[in-house]
Design a protein around this ligand. Structure first.
Ligand code: AHR
Length: 524
């Protein structure tokens, strides 16, 4: 009997052993075939007047006990500076189409309501000057969303004159009296937001008539913004792959192709959240491998969506003059229990870090067309970089992905080929590995490699063509569980750690932990 038990136990070991062995994946990196520039703007952020995204998240006011600079909390500013945030989209979202900028300037601010998000009081204490000061403090550019839904072309045109006129017009003098004599730079202008839905339920023909008017009259007067510094106008684009959105992209691109001299646009927006079941969304914590696998499967659909809309754009714009701007994306879960459901508060776990890396990789592979993207949303809302609770602040797993990917900003795409293998759980099958490469201005090679498999490590062997790797260093982000999070009390559960690599005979090898994202730099 004892003998039979030992044989049985041995059999179990033999049968299960391969499951715990590291999988091997070969990466071929071709440095001799550089691709397009990876626009730093794909690492953009989004800050809507929604929940604690702006109030408390950024703005605490100059009299707050929370250390601040002109009302902006210092801990958040420092954390965002490390991300080298290229641009911030503001003030919405749905909020933008009900925002009236005059209520947010000058010494006396109007108190209004925020009907989209919890119906709370909007104090307007964070307005135009505060937003521009915030950008200045972190070194980001402005992506302003103008009110097309409930505003007028005159209101939007006057906002831009107020912001950008250098001549002493009445509006420019008002700006100076409010503390900023020099014209502001507005790099990007969003002409409406989801105009097919919360932005006014417009048909595409109606929207196009508005786009042409706003594009013509909302001018940027800043003399420094001519030529290649011109403000780029981004039209409302699709929000999925349903027939109405395919028609939307077709119609806007056709209108652009047939445009007259008197209007133009430089970008088309795309919104796409990762949500499984809008009516009964997944939880952001306390989930297992099944929800991990299903959610990642859903997020990978971003690639097909971009392919679909890019193919339409290619027909009207083969030279890729119009950027596809994915200016709302990220995970969307059930609100955390006990929070105002209009505040869209969710936790941010290791799953979100993997999700962020997979989407950034998709944008990087589409670098020629996707030249801007804004994760939703920067602080305390949806897939946030940072969470706060009064004076406390914590950096999320998604924050660390953005930090690790900083070297990819404005780097040159380098093709990486590999056989991804498969990670299968139940009826979900996903690529086990994903990877992208880039070369920065100093010539350093960067590789970002994700191991989606939560159970097995992966041994990576990399061969380089067109270069000889001399040394490599890197960091990896992983955690004990797929739903591990950073909390105010335990902020270091999901933080990057050094990873060891080796280069021998030109081959770079490293081991990827299960459910991890690794970024390495290679000196050549
Ligand atoms: O990011 C939250 C909301 O999602 C935005 O306000 C809106 O544009 C989108 O529907």
């Amino acid at each position: 009997m004892r003998k039979r038990l030992v044989v049985f136990a041995l059999l179990i070991v033999i049968v299960t052993a391969p499951l715990t062995l590291a999988q091997k994946v070969q990466l071929a990196v071709d440095v001799s075939r550089p691709g397009p520039k990876i626009d730093r703007n794909i690492f953009g952020q989004f800050a809507e007047h929604l929940g604690k995204g702006v109030y408390e998240g950024i703005w605490v006011g100059p009299d707050s006990k929370i250390p601040n600079t002109r009302g902006m909390r210092n801990d958040v500013i420092a954390a965002l500076k490390s991300l080298k945030v290229p641009n911030i989209r503001w003030p919405g979202g749905c909020f933008a189409d009900e925002y009236h900028w005059r209520k947010g300037i000058g010494p006396k601010r109007a108190e209004t309501l925020n009907p989209n998000w919890g119906g709370v009081i909007e104090p307007n204490t964070f307005g135009t000057h505060e937003f521009m000061d915030f950008l200045d403090q972190i070194g980001a550019e402005a992506y302003l969303s103008i009110n097309v839904g409930s505003g007028t072309p005159q209101e939007a045109a006057e906002w831009l004159e107020y912001l950008t006129a250098s001549q002493p017009t009445t509006l420019a003098k008002e700006r100076a009296a409010n503390g900023h004599p020099a014209p502001y730079k507005i790099a990007y202008l969003g002409v409406g937001n989801e105009s097919w839905d919360c932005g006014g339920n417009m048909t595409v023909d109606y929207y196009l008539s508005q786009l042409k008017i706003y594009s013509r009259f909302v001018r940027n007067f800043n003399p420094a913004q001519s030529g290649n510094q011109q403000m780029l106008k981004i039209a409302v684009g699709p929000g999925g792959d349903e027939p109405r959105f395919i028609e939307w992209t077709e119609a806007v691109m056709k209108a652009w192709q047939d445009r007259k001299w008197s209007w133009d646009m430089q970008g088309l927006s795309l919104h796409n959240y990762t949500v499984v079941h809008w009516d009964d969304k997944f939880a952001s914590v306390g989930f297992g491998e099944t929800e991990y696998a299903q959610f990642l499967k859903s997020t990978l659909e971003m690639d097909a969506l971009i392919n679909k809309h890019s193919a339409i754009m290619d027909r009207y714009d083969p030279q890729k003059k119009i950027a596809l701007v994915v200016d709302e994306w990220g995970s969307w879960y059930k609100p955390l229990p006990g929070t105002n459901s209009g505040f869209l508060v969710q936790q941010n776990s290791l799953r979100d870090a993997v999700l962020a890396a997979l989407n950034l990789n998709i944008f990087i592979r589409h670098a020629e067309r996707v030249r801007m993207a804004n994760i939703a949303q920067m602080i305390n809302v949806l897939q946030a970089m940072i969470m706060t609770d009064k004076e406390k602040m914590v950096l999320t797993p998604s924050y660390y992905i953005y930090k690790m990917y900083v070297p990819f900003q404005d780097a040159t795409f380098v093709p990486v080929t590999f056989n991804a293998g498969a990670y299968t759980h139940g009826d979900v099958s996903l690529p086990r590995v994903d990877a992208v490469g880039a070369r920065d201005a100093s010539g350093k090679l960067w590789l970002a490699i994700t191991n989606l498999d939560p159970n097995q490590s992966v041994e990576i062997e990399t061969t380089l063509t067109g270069s000889t790797g001399k040394s490599a260093v890197g960091e990896t982000l992983t955690a004990p569980k797929v739903d591990s999070v950073n909390t105010f009390d335990a902020p270091n559960t999901v933080v990057p750690r050094r990873v060891s690599t080796s280069i021998q005979a030109g081959r770079l090898t490293l081991k990827l932990e299960p459910k991890s994202v690794t970024v390495i730099s290679v000196e050549q």
